[in-house]
Design a protein around this ligand. Structure first.
Ligand code: GLU
Length: 437
């Protein structure tokens, strides 16, 4: 058998770039950086630490050649960014998407650093992705792509260094392939190298619902803060994937009225409230919301500007921008997706007094239960779902309170408060550890 190591191609390491080129509203790295800069300034962060924290530690681009089912060889590009690992292994999602770019992966990697710090997990942040269209690939091709990508970045993978999880277009099955590929290289089974695995192979109960459940926890706290009774709260959810559909289901189960939901084709709206179990049944059969009986058809754009108490953007980045922020009528925005609001839109939402629960807090439930999964794998002892959910709720609601306290203390928005809390925690670790030279 050939040694898998000899099959790997060269890894090119790009030097962290400190240029601020490509300054546009929808550049995700810029969106992250402008919030980081604001928070860092308010914290009076030392100039040296400022430079360290804004520079991703490592950026790797690999060629991922695979044999297509028709016998032809195709080469994809894989990206891997470690933003900061001072608090622990880089925790990160790994996405397969045509829209993956180095700038996006850099932003998402930094967001993971801040997200893990906001909920105080012993993790740093990273992100990975392969530029591809998985909808045009067979299961066998996806498996070959996943395994080859894993082999290409194997030197940085590991339960103590870099731990992937599902993200856009990746799921439990992809995590199982990563775990197997890594384990075959190591010569023994290493379940803790990925999270979001199938339960049977060391996944955690509650992981699948965790991001949506986390949204529920913080949305409830925000409603309480604004003195809006749960059973009178109306909710609009953009995106009906794992995060959006779970948030809608759990919020409806708590008595909140889900007036609109949408997927990439468009949305459905009923001011009296949609019956979410029926919507879920419909999706199971028809894949898309389109045609759901009895509801009004609306566009994704319209959904964002509906009158409601809680708006949950749980689809993609940059949906709330300077162009539509002025028309948003929700009282609370609970960011289920990563980066749904641009920095320019933040200022407009702030002025309107909209209470924004920022992504690095609102969607941290997923990575929190990933942490539980990693702990369970390493301890070889598994918890029941009730324990997972209880501990998730405790961590999310503590983080919410800490962000509120930071925001109130400095008179800033929840977003800047969350960044300040996160940066302060990562900076504290750097100060204690000192600089290795
Ligand atoms: N992709 C998810 C996120 O962006 C999950 C990351 C994880 O569980 O490690 O938060």
């Amino acid at each position: 058998m050939s040694n898998p190591k000899t099959r790997r191609g060269a890894i090119s390491v790009i030097k962290p770039d400190r240029d601020r080129r490509f300054v546009t509203e929808d550049n995700p790295f810029e969106a992250m950086m402008s919030r980081f800069d604001d928070a860092a300034r308010r914290l009076n962060l030392e100039p040296g630490l400022y430079k360290v924290l804004r520079s991703p530690e490592k950026q790797i681009i690999v060629a991922v050649p695979i044999m297509r089912d028709n016998g032809e060889i195709e080469v994809y590009t894989g990206i891997r960014v470690l933003h900061n690992t001072s608090r622990g292994p880089a925790k990160r999602g790994s996405r397969f998407d045509l829209a993956v770019t180095l700038d996006e992966v850099k932003a998402l990697a930094a967001w993971m650093t801040w997200k893990c710090a906001v909920v105080n997990l012993p993790f740093g942040g990273g992100k990975g992705g392969v530029i591809c269209d998985p909808t045009t690939m067979s299961v066998n091709e996806l498996e070959r792509l996943t395994r080859r990508y894993t082999a290409e970045i194997i030197e940085i993978l590991g339960p103590d260094s870099d731990v992937p999880a599902p993200d856009v277009n990746t799921n439990e099955r992809v995590m199982a392939w990563i775990m197997d590929t890594y384990s075959m290289h190591k010569g023994h089974t290493v379940t803790a190298v990925v999270t979001g695995k199938p339960i049977e192979m060391g996944g955690s109960l509650g992981r699948r619902d965790a991001t949506g459940r986390g949204c529920l926890v913080v949305a409830k706290q925000a409603l309480a803060r604004l003195e809006i009774p749960l059973d009178q709260a109306t909710v609009a959810v953009q995106g009906f994937g794992n995060v959006g559909s779970t948030a809608a289901r759990l919020m409806a189960a708590e008595g909140m009225r889900i007036v609109a939901v949408s997927d990439k084709k468009g949305g459905i709206y009923d001011p009296k409230g949609l019956d979410i179990p029926s919507v879920l049944e419909w999706i199971k059969e028809h894949r898309f919301l389109e045609g759901f009986p009895g509801a009004k058809v609306i566009s994704n754009e319209e959904l964002l500007t509906l009158k409601c108490d809680v708006l949950v953007p749980a689809a993609l980045e940059n949906v709330i921008t300077s162009k539509n922020a002025g028309a948003v009528k929700a009282r609370i925005i609970c960011e289920g997706a990563n980066g749904p609001t641009t920095a320019k839109a933040d200022a407009i939402l702030d002025k309107k007094g909209i209470f924004v629960i920022p992504d690095i807090l609102a969607n941290a439930g997923g990575v929190t239960v990933s942490y539980f999964e990693w702990v369970q794998d390493r301890g070889g002892y598994f918890w029941d779902e009730e324990t997972v959910n209880e501990r998730l709720e405790k961590i999310m609601s503590k983080a919410f309170d800490e962000v509120v306290a930071m925001a109130d203390k400095h008179g800033v928005s929840m977003r800047i408060g969350a960044y300040m809390l996160a940066i302060e925690r990562v900076a504290a670790m750097h100060r204690m550890r000192g600089l290795y030279a």
